[in-house]
Design a protein around this ligand. Structure first.
Ligand code: SER
Length: 676
């Protein structure tokens, strides 16, 4: 039997033999893309190539990517644990062609890999093809169907609708028909009774999709219409855990060698057996799944917190704690004890886990303990509600009260129901659902963004010149309008730009675009899919004119001073506290800085003073900046440059050095520390 590790390797070997460049997984936590919090598909790290913002290093690429699907378009969280084949974190095996091969090779190689290399039985495989859409004026994907017919009998080729067989990156952008490969893992007797064909796409736990081959050939415009894509793209994604289940002859992903060691450890710690009780089994699956997500997020630099990506991680951790609390009787922190098993299991493929074991353990234990205290507070409040209801002779508590408990105190509804049941009470779920819906609508309205199509003025790539200049003459390449919460803004891409786009913790530059008497204020600069975007409230009268792009120098200088200062702080912390200190994030603005780092206790006053003194001494020493631009990553490491866990670096990097402070960094800095 192939182990999961061997399976992962064999995929890479196969595509290497088809002349693909094998690249590492991008971090699971996305840092510089406002449209995405987590990597949710292998193609995310190639979005800018697909959109034409960056040339591809190789036209053929393959990898295994850590993915997380819990929010946004692909939301699997509530299903996880209840079934045997959905996960929050999963690995996606993928191969890509950027304007190179298309449907024929994608299909024949998928077949060759599954059937010739992995020896899967072709009789249990099915392929779906796009049936066409009158609304989009598209016919059935007869081309793909034709290639499948070389390998599969016609009754194993199934038409699928737009929902299942047309893949879109978002509301607008590259998209196209897709073909999914499904596998029927039921026994021969079961297969004889009901044909697998009738179970494809019907949520059957043993008849499941394993591989999605996307053929991107269109671009979806803001008005909903489609136009042809100049360079066609192949984007495939295969569920690694599902493939392992198929190859290891299991009926559940959780029975593979990916999850079993963790489940065994949960059994050992809780004294309960997997397989004895349905609810206990769900709880164990939830925990086995979530422990991976939480650990990998922390190592990728995302700690649990109260906002955005951090809040998603906190919710996942709380979901696991609540299952452990309710069904495994764990009233004390417990998940952190699983970390050594996870490392034993996945540490080889992902060395960042072992490197940060102490941090992950500490953070997880503290989060668990904090949430267990919240649960206790909630239980006290619920006790009062129960007493009042009983005194009033009621059999039901209001859904509004239950929602307050849930929303304000993070007290889960199923726990409320469980405790109420023990007291012969129920909760008005219609009211609860209504409150939930209201909240979701509020959140959706606040987040909805409407983008118009890009208006192209000139061809070319946008070039950042801001390390050397704060002002330059330039032209608009393209612009578009965006609407959010009734506010209309414009996003402008310039041919050359001195404006620093928000990244690496440093906020974006502000300034003006000047043309004659006209001054258009740039209120922020951000990166989207690697493209620097200048945000303005109005458009210039003549977008085709030449502009002087002028950065607000006072703010830029203040940012540069603060950014250089974070490097000095980082270095001082490592000297005073030890080299285990890792930067975990930072915020650099003209007004000040925040520096997040990992350390295992609160700093003492003496330590804070030592850090301050070390930083101030370096400022007074007026150390000149040494900047290395575009140096090979290997050379940067030889210089001893500190990289951030979970940060994506290219082959060429920039290194900022002030004496013995040496860091990978794309930010703007002072010429010498005395300027701080
Ligand atoms: N982008 C496609 C998916 O997520 C294939 O990788 O399914």
């Amino acid at each position: 039997m192939l182990t999961s590790k061997e399976i992962r390797e064999s995929f890479k070997e196969f595509f290497k033999s088809k002349e693909h460049l094998i690249v590492p997984s991008a971090p699971m936590v996305v840092k510089d893309d406002p449209t995405l919090m987590f990597t949710n598909a292998g193609m995310n790290q190639f979005k800018d190539i697909i959109l034409g913002n960056r040339p591809a290093k190789s036209k053929r690429v393959a990898d295994s990517q850590k993915c997380l699907r819990v929010s946004g378009k692909h939301n699997d969280l509530e299903e996880v644990g209840h079934d045997t084949y959905h996960h929050t974190m999963f690995e996606m095996l993928g191969n890509w062609s950027f304007g190179d091969y298309f449907k024929e090779e994608a299909i024949s190689w998928a077949w060759e890999y599954l059937v010739d290399v992995l020896k899967l039985n072709p009789e249990i495989l099915y392929a779906t093809v796009f049936e066409g859409s009158a609304e989009d004026g598209l016919e059935r994907d007869n081309e793909a169907a034709g290639y499948w017919e070389k390998y599969l009998p016609k009754d194993h080729i199934i038409n699928g609708n737009k929902k299942d067989n047309f893949w879109e990156m978002g509301d607008t952008g590259p998209c196209g028909p897709c073909s999914e490969i499904h596998i029927d893992l039921r026994s021969a007797e079961e297969r004889a009774q009901i044909s697998g064909r009738d179970l494809v796409n019907h949520d059957h736990p043993q008849v499941i999709e394993i591989w999605n081959l996307v053929f991107m050939q269109f671009n979806r415009k803001a008005d909903g219409s489609l136009e042809g894509l100049p360079a066609k793209v192949i984007d495939t994604g295969m569920g690694f855990e599902r493939l392992c289940m198929a190859l290891q002859g299991k009926r559940s992903n959780y029975d593979t060698d990916i999850f079993q060691p963790i489940i065994k450890k949960i059994s050992e710690l809780s004294g309960k057996n997997y397989g004895d009780d349905a609810q206990v089994d769900v709880a164990m699956r939830v925990i086995a799944d979530h422990i991976r997500t939480i650990s990998f997020s922390i190592t990728d630099g995302q700690l649990p917190s109260n906002a955005k990506a951090g809040y998603v991680i906190r919710r996942i951790l709380r979901r696991a704690v609540r299952y452990a609390y309710t069904f495994l009787g764990q009233k004390q922190a417990f998940m952190y004890k699983l970390i050594p098993t996870l490392i034993e299991n996945m540490g080889d493929a992902y060395p960042e886990l072992a490197q940060q074991q102490e941090l992950v353990t500490k953070v997880m234990k503290e989060e668990e303990e904090a949430f267990l205290r919240t649960l206790e507070t909630g239980i006290h409040m619920l006790d009062k509600i129960i007493a009042t209801a009983k005194a009033d002779g009621k059999e039901e508590i209001s859904g509004v009260e239950a929602f307050t408990l849930y929303d304000t105190f993070g007290f889960p509804i199923d726990l409320t129901q469980l405790i109420l049941r023990e007291n012969s009470l129920t909760v008005n779920m219609a009211q609860f659902d209504e409150e939930m819906l209201k909240q979701k609508t509020r959140a959706r309205n606040a987040a909805a963004v409407e983008n118009s199509d890009w208006v192209n003025i000139a061809e070319g790539e946008s070039k950042f010149v801001g390390y050397d200049l704060t002002e330059c003459n330039t032209q608009i390449l393209r612009y578009r309008q965006t609407k959010q919460k009734n506010q209309t803004l414009y996003q402008i891409v310039l041919a050359e730009t001195p404006f620093y786009a928000e990244s690496g913790g440093q906020v974006g530059d502000t300034g003006v675009l000047v043309c004659g008497d006209e001054r258009i204020e740039v209120i922020d600069t951000k990166k989207e899919n690697n493209l620097p975007i200048h945000i303005t409230k109005k458009l210039p009268a003549n977008p085709e004119a030449t502009f002087s792009a002028e950065v607000n120098i006072a703010k830029r200088n203040a940012c540069a001073a603060n950014h250089s200062c974070t490097h000095l702080i980082d270095q001082a912390l490592r000297e005073v506290l030890g080299t285990h200190v890792e930067q975990k994030g930072s915020l650099v603005t003209p007004e000040g800085i925040r520096f997040d780092f990992s350390h295992f206790q609160k700093l003492t006053n003496e330590e804070i003073i030592k850090v301050e003194k070390a930083v101030n001494a370096r400022i007074r020493a007026n150390i000149p900046l040494t900047e290395y631009r575009e140096i090979p990553i290997g050379e940067a490491r030889e210089l001893g440059a500190i990289a951030l866990f979970g940060e994506k670096y290219g082959d060429k990097v920039r290194v900022i050095k002030f004496d013995n402070s040496v860091e990978f960094c794309g930010g703007t800095h002072v010429a010498a520390t005395g300027q701080i």
